[in-house]
Design a protein around this ligand. Structure first.
Ligand code: C2E
Ligand code: MG
Ligand code: MG
Ligand code: MG
Length: 283
């Protein structure tokens, strides 16, 4: 009896794997089609100064709302595109759309764009990024690229080359989700960054958990010493914004200051949040 149940479990298990593989392949096909038919979109979330709430830039966030599958999170489809080898096509489309939108923003605002770990292993990434920006006509000085500690550590030499070349072209590099990746602070010294984004995991607990408060305080002190800019991610409550500001965190991002929004809504946001917006200069 137990033998039969055992075999049954194996059957169920392998069926689950097969279903999972089929689902991934369906998703892959739908995503490839969405890229070709221009159905993958990009939204923008404001990054603000915590002292006066003024906007300094926007992070581009990929959005895909499929007519059959519904909303699919970038946390699902970005890794899928990486795994199946078409992250470069996806990222190229997203950067083009994001850069085109940023052309209409005031010139002092930056565009922050996420790079995936697969892109940091690919030596052609820099050239592809710079040629997209040139085609759109957006100055690389307007760009920041967000990378994670884990991605940098996985392919250190290629990643270092890409970081160096993008900074030479005038872009800045921020370390995303700081505090959650697998890196040693010592290794991080080998790379040149401009900015650190403190992960939401610490920010969301900052007013309730003393340890998180101390960790955030330490990250801010380290960044001050290393002359890195700091952004706190995932601010949802005014108390969190106030506490971060009092700890000396210059910038913040989160639902409290603004949710990710499409191109048109972002322009409307700017019309009420940016003094120069009525006379935007173009590159
Ligand atoms: P991320 O780069 O760390 O982006 C921040 C995520 O936190 C976004 O999720 C954003 O919508 C969400 N968020 C912002 N403020 C708040 C808040 O106050 N509360 C909560 N609960 N969440 C907040 P999203 O858009 O689902 O993106 C998830 C991840 O997918 C991103 O994490 C990034 O790693 C990846 N991703 C998104 N767009 C792109 C892209 O264009 N290229 C690449 N390579 N990765 C992307
Ligand atoms: Mg990011
Ligand atoms: Mg992040
Ligand atoms: Mg994240």
């Amino acid at each position: 009896r137990s033998k039969r149940r055992g075999r049954g479990q194996i059957t169920v298990y392998s069926q689950e794997i097969a279903q999972e593989m089929m689902r991934a392949t369906q998703l892959e096909q739908a995503l490839r089609h969405a890229i070709i038919s221009d159905a993958v979109d990009v939204h923008f979330q404001p990054i603000v100064r915590l002292d006066d709430g003024s906007v300094v830039g926007f992070e581009a966030l990929a959005r895909w709302n499929d007519k059959d599958l519904g909303f699919v999170s970038p946390a699902v489809f970005v890794p899928l595109a990486e795994e199946r080898g078409f992250i470069d096509a996806l990222s190229e489309t997203l950067l083009r759309k994001a850069a085109e939108a940023a052309l209409s923003w005031p010139r002092d605002l930056f565009l922050s764009f996420n790079l995936s770990s697969a892109q940091l292993m690919d030596p052609t990434t820099t050239e592809s990024i710079l040629s997209t920006l040139a085609r759109v006509g957006l100055d690389p000085h307007r760009l920041e690229f967000e990378i994670t500690e884990t991605a940098v550590m996985t392919s250190a030499d290629t990643a270092e080359r890409i970081i160096t070349d993008l900074r030479k072209a005038g872009a800045r590099i921020s370390l995303d989700d700081f505090g959650t990746g697998q890196s040693s602070l010592g290794r991080l010294r080998d790379f040149t960054f401009d900015k650190v984004k403190i992960d939401r995991a610490f920010v969301s607990r900052i007013t309730s958990d003393r340890a998180s408060g101390h960790i955030v305080r330490a990250i801010i002190a380290m960044c001050d010493g290393l002359e890195l800019e700091v952004v706190a991610e995932g601010i949802e409550q005014p108390e969190e914004a106030e506490m971060l500001r009092s700890l000396g965190c210059a910038m913040g991002q989160g639902y409290y200051h603004g949710r990710p929004a499409d191109t048109a809504s972002t322009l409307r946001y700017l019309s009420t949040h940016h003094r120069d917006f009525m006379t935007p200069e173009r590159d």
